[in-house]
Design a protein around this ligand. Structure first.
Ligand SMILES: Nc1ncnc2c1ncn2[C@@H]1O[C@H](COP(=O)(O)OP(=O)(O)OP(=O)(O)O)[C@@H](O)[C@H]1O
Length: 243
C-alpha cells in the first residue's frame, strides 16, 4: 500500500489546549492511520487526557486543527464529534450503574442511529466480540467486575461503529489480572482492524498493543516512533521517557 494515498483517520496539527486558565498542552501534531493503534503515553499529569479531550471537543483549544477523515472538526462539540464517529471512552467509564448491560449498550447505539440510520444490529456484533457481556446482558452495570465494566464501556462505544476509538487509560485502576484481561480484548479489537488512539500508562500493555508511540511530557511531545526505535530494552527506553 502506498502510504501517500492513505487518508489518515485523524490528523492533529499544532494544537494548544487549555485547562482552567492555563495552556497545558503545546504544539501537538500527529496522525492516526486506518487500522492503526497509536499509543499516547506519558506520566501522570503529562497532558494525555487534555490532548484527547481537545480532539473530541471536551477541552478548549487555543489554536490548531483537528481533522477526522479529512473533515475539520476543530470547532465541534463532543456531541457532534461523536456523531461523526469519534467515540471516546473516558477514564471513569461513565456507565449507568443502575441500568442493565444491554441498556448501557443500547445507549451507545443512539450515536450510530443518528449517523447511519438503518444499520443492522450492533448489539450482536458486540456480543460476538465480548461473549461475557452477552452472558451478563440483564445484569446491572454496577454489579460487574472492573474489567467487565471496561469491556462494557468499550462495547458501548463499539456499538456506535467508531471511525476512531479513543480509549483513555482503559487499564487504569485495575488489578493485574484484569489488566491482562483488558489487554486481551483490546488485542481482539486491534485484530478487527479498528483505528484506535490509546492513552496508556502501562508500558507492557502499550508495547503489546500499539503500532506506533507518542510520548508527552509537560504538555509537549518528547518522542514519536515505533517499537524498533526503543532498541534492545524497550521497557527501559520507554520508562526513561516518562520522567
Ligand atoms: N481544570 C484544570 N485546571 C488547571 N489545570 C488542570 C486542570 N485539569 C488538569 N490540569 C493540569 O493539566 C495538566 C495535564 O493534565 P492531564 O489530566 O491532561 O494529564 P494526564 O497525562 O492525562 O494525567 P493522568 O495520567 O494523571 O490522567 C496537569 O498538569 C494538570 O494538573
Amino acid at each position: 500500500m502506498n502510504a501517500k494515498t492513505v487518508e489518515p483517520v485523524l490528523q492533529v496539527e499544532s494544537v494548544n489546549a487549555i485547562r482552567g486558565n492555563s495552556t497545558v498542552v503545546r504544539d501537538i501534531s500527529f496522525t492516526v492511520n486506518p487500522g492503526e493503534v497509536l499509543g499516547l503515553l506519558g506520566a501522570n499529569g503529562a497532558g494525555k487526557t487534555t490532548i484527547v479531550d481537545a480532539i473530541s471537543g471536551f477541552a478548549r483549544k487555543e489554536c490548531g486543527t483537528v481533522r477526522l477523515l479529512g473533515q475539520d472538526i476543530s470547532r465541534l462539540s463532543p456531541f457532534r464529534t461523536a456523531h461523526l464517529g469519534l467515540l471516546q471512552v473516558s477514564q471513569d467509564r461513565e456507565l449507568f450503574g443502575a441500568l442493565s448491560v444491554e441498556d448501557n449498550l443500547m445507549l451507545g447505539e443512539q450515536a450510530l442511529t443518528k449517523r447511519r440510520p438503518g444499520r443492522p444490529d450492533g448489539l450482536e456484533r458486540v456480543f460476538t466480540l465480548f461473549p461475557r457481556l452477552k452472558d451478563r446482558r440483564n445484569q446491572r452495570a454496577n454489579s460487574l467486575s472492573g474489567g467487565e465494566q471496561q469491556m462494557l464501556a468499550i462495547g458501548r462505544a463499539l456499538i456506535g461503529d467508531p471511525v476512531l476509538l479513543v480509549l483513555d487509560e482503559p487499564t487504569s485502576g485495575l488489578a493485574p489480572v484484569l489488566v491482562k484481561e483488558v489487554a486481551e480484548f483490546l488485542a481482539l479489537m486491534r485484530g478487527d482492524g479498528l483505528s484506535i488512539l490509546l492513552v496508556e500508562q502501562n508500558i507492557d500493555v502499550a508495547l503489546e498493543l500499539c503500532d506506533r508511540f507518542m510520548v508527552v511530557r509537560n504538555g509537549e511531545t518528547v518522542f514519536e516512533g515505533v517499537r524498533d526505535d526503543f532498541g534492545k530494552d524497550p521497557v527501559a527506553a520507554l520508562g526513561a521517557l516518562y520522567v
